[in-house]
Design a protein around this ligand. Structure first.
Ligand code: ADP
Ligand code: MG
Length: 448
């Protein structure tokens, strides 16, 4: 098959999986350039396109190419033009930040993620503070530091920031960033090649170990054993360990108790989704870093619509600016609204209100909406009310339990906390109940 036939296969396949808007925005402008030595080269208009492809479709495209060609094919992208000339420059910072700079450091620490690029707000202040303490006094306090949060909220960023800070201030310390997946692969390889010493050397001979996404260790017993011994070696010699996870230690089911208890030895910090102010600050920072001119009302629009994930927040900013750069149209709230339609729908939290949650739950349990706020305490009413409280806390931006209590007929903070704990426990112990709650969540999310 020649270059354009292969590309046609890819296009046919992708077309069916994305919206027509996304297709004309992102796929139509791509040009197949060349196919040689199992490398397929694609010409893209600018770095936003290559970023978008890497983030969303690279694997898929490579699979389609490989299947059509009958051999593994690698995708490479070439940028058509240098857009820096048409990007309006914000401020007069001379150096350009190259987002696509590959990590060449042996320690795998990405120089892009530093403390000064991290916006601090109520949602991440504690984790950020702990990370700074650790970076300034590695191995002295807070060992291990265990940070957790949902996706796209800055864990990996903080982990690299610690590494970069230590490298800069105490370059003689040996620091390593590794995903837990890498650790497991290294361990398995070392067994396969009968070279257990190599993985021991690599991980035990460090002053600071930064481990990302520890949840990958769930269910991998042999790797856990190795991790346990490595952890002990490092911590008895007062070496710093920082661990990042998508959930708190207690919820890492499938990881041995003795490891969990070690994760809890030091300090545990969580990161919550950012509030509006923080989201706005992050967008400003990002626009500045990328040297993009984005009007304030567009920033505000994006910040009010995309709430639960900072990666998506950044992606939305890039998407609207790429569109306006590429089409040469002005960036307005109107155009942002059109371009981000899909993103915003999938963000989920955009239109979830306490009132909608109360309605869906009341409807599901066949009780009167008024009972959500009433003083009645029979189980048949109190239980759905507790579910609605729990969902209000987990699905909306109302993180204050007082605000939630108010929406439920002026109940106090401890009543809401009690309800949340009770429902959470029941969900953990009763799979049937868990799936019922998930169905309710789906219904809530589908409200327009
Ligand atoms: P996680 O590891 O929690 O999934 P990341 O650390 O990969 O999240 O963050 C996702 C993106 O959001 C990254 O580009 C990161 O730089 C950015 N980000 C997250 N939190 C912040 C913050 N507080 N300030 C600035 N950028 C942030
Ligand atoms: Mg991460």
């Amino acid at each position: 098959m020649n270059t354009s036939d292969l590309w046609e296969k890819v296009v046919d396949n992708i077309k069916s999986s994305i919206t027509p808007e996304a297709y004309s925005l992102w796929i139509s402008p791509l040009k197949p350039l060349n196919f040689e030595n199992n490398i397929f080269t694609l010409e893209v208009p600018n770095i936003y396109f290559s970023q978008w492809i890497v983030n969303n479709h690279q694997k898929n495209i490579e699979t389609i190419l490989s299947n059509s060609h009958g051999q593994p094919v690698t995708l490479e992208m070439k940028t058509q033009q240098d857009i820096s000339s048409i990007i309006k420059i914000v401020g007069d910072t001379p150096e350009h930040i190259d987002n696509n700079a590959p990590i060449i450091q042996k320690d795998q620490i990405n120089p892009k993620y530093i403390f000064s690029g991290f916006i601090v707000g109520a949602s991440n202040r504690f984790a950020h503070g702990c990370a700074e303490v650790v970076a300034k006094n590695p191995g002295k306090q807070f060992n291990p530091l265990f940070m957790y949060s949902g996706v796209g909220l800055g864990k990996t960023h903080l982990l690299h920031a610690i590494g970069n800070y230590i490298k800069q201030t105490t370059p003689n310390l040996k620091t390593l960033y590794a995903t837990c997946e890498k650790f497991v692969t290294d361990y398995i390889e070392s067994i396969r090649f009968d070279n257990a010493a190599s993985v021991k050397r690599k991980y035990r001979d460090l002053d600071c170990l930064l481990i990302d996404d520890i949840q990958f260790l769930v269910g991998k017993e042999a790797s856990q054993e190795e991790f346990f011994h490595m952890f002990n070696t490092l911590s008895t010699s007062k070496k710093q360990i920082v661990i990042v996870s998508d959930r708190p230690p207690k919820e890492l089911e499938g990881i041995e108790e003795r490891l969990i208890s070690r994760f809890e030895w030091g300090i545990i910090a969580d990161i919550q989704p950012p509030d509006l102010e923080t989201r706005i600050a992050i967008l400003h920072k990002k626009a500045e870093e990328e040297r993009l001119y984005v009007p304030d009302d567009v920033i505000l629009y994006i910040a009010t619509q995309v709430k639960s994930n900072i990666r998506q927040l950044e992606g939305s900013l890039l998407k609207v600016t790429a569109f306006s750069l590429f089409t040469g149209t002005a960036l307005t709230v109107d155009s942002a609204q059109r371009i981000l339609r899909d993103v915003i729908k999938s963000d989920g939290s955009a239109h979830i209100t306490i009132e909608n949650i109360q309605k869906v739950v009341a409807d599901d349990f066949n009780i009167d909406m008024r009972d959500m706020k009433s003083k009645r305490r029979t189980d048949a009413i109190a239980f759905p009310r507790q579910i609605a409280m729990y969902l209000s806390r987990t699905l909306t931006d109302e993180f204050s339990t007082n605000a939630i209590g108010n929406a439920f007929g002026g109940r106090d903070h401890s009543t809401v906390m009690h309800a949340c704990n009770k429902i959470k426990e029941k969900m953990d112990s009763d799979p049937y109940f868990n799936s019922k709650i998930n169905q309710i969540i789906k219904k809530i999310r589908s409200i327009e």
